[in-house]
Design a protein around this ligand. Structure first.
Ligand SMILES: [Zn+2]
Length: 255
């Protein structure tokens, strides 16, 4: 099977990159990022009135996961199948867009997978500790509510995680959009086999920091190859928002 990378470079995105601006899903907006004295997380709310929730919100993400309440939570049912993805570098992260039809069910709610993307180190911490990376699998249900499944990632003994290789072998540069002919990504293989999880209410971890996101963090990390983590860090040295106050939110943990 030939695995010929087909690189489609959007002219609009490339032009914005040249101007030093950023492009994200909702189009070009104010410059925000993770470093420096302007546009770093502490200033996000000042960049645009639409970002005020980043400072004023009371249920912001990420958070430090500790003092959990063990609960009888519904199992997670992932209806994930192999897909042909499109991999995009949007200037903030590498995002993998997937065709429709992939979903996760939690109790009586079903959320459809829109995309997943990565942060390093992990944004959420467990008892104060970051994982090397995290994958955020962003889903939406028919009511428009977001459900994000977090997959923590740690360096493992194998040189590479084969399930993630289609992505980490083709990491796009800023502004690039990559589709690979004949490439199948087995979505189910991206998840740990143990599906125990933490769950709590939170927000988007990037501007506009919108709240009412249902967060589900899988307890068991997946192992990545150290070279895979290095390859991502060559593009994004650090792209994690600091942890936010929990403000009394209950963190439930499956038994
Ligand atoms: Zn994220």
């Amino acid at each position: 099977m030939s695995r010929k990378p087909l690189i489609l470079q959007s002219l609009a995105v490339a032009a914005l990159a040249v101007l030093g601006l950023t492009a994200h899903a909702s189009g070009a907006g104010p410059h925000w990022g993770y470093h420096g004295s302007h546009g770093a997380p502490a200033q996000w709310a000042e960049l645009d009135p639409e970002f005020e929730t980043c400072a004023k919100g009371t249920r912001q993400s990420p958070i430090d996961i500790r003092s959990t309440v063990k609960s009888n939570l519904p199992d997670l049912y992932f209806q994930y199948t192999p897909v042909a993805p499109t991999i995009v570098n949007n200037g903030h992260t590498v995002q993998v867009n997937v065709p429709r039809g992939q979903s996760v069910s939690i109790g009586d709610k079903t959320y459809e997978l829109l995309q997943f993307h990565f942060h390093t180190p992990s944004e959420e911490t467990v008892n104060g500790k970051h994982a090397a990376m995290v994958g955020h699998f962003v889903h939406k249900n028919v009511a428009g509510q977001l459900g994000v499944v977090g997959v923590l990632m740690q360096p493992g003994p194998m040189p590479k995680n084969e399930a993630y290789a289609p992505i980490f072998d083709h990491l796009p540069r800023p502004g690039e959009r990559i589709t690979v002919d004949d490439l199948e990504l087995n979505l189910a293989a991206l998840l740990p086999t143990d599906r125990g999880y933490y769950t709590f209410e939170g927000s988007l971890t990037t501007p506009p920091c919108s709240e009412s996101v249902n967060w589900i963090i899988l307890k068991k990390p997946v192992a990545l190859g150290t070279d895979q983590i290095k390859a991502f860090r060559r593009l994004f040295n650090a792209n994690a928002r600091p942890v936010q106050p929990t403000n009394g939110r209950v963190i439930k943990e499956s038994m």
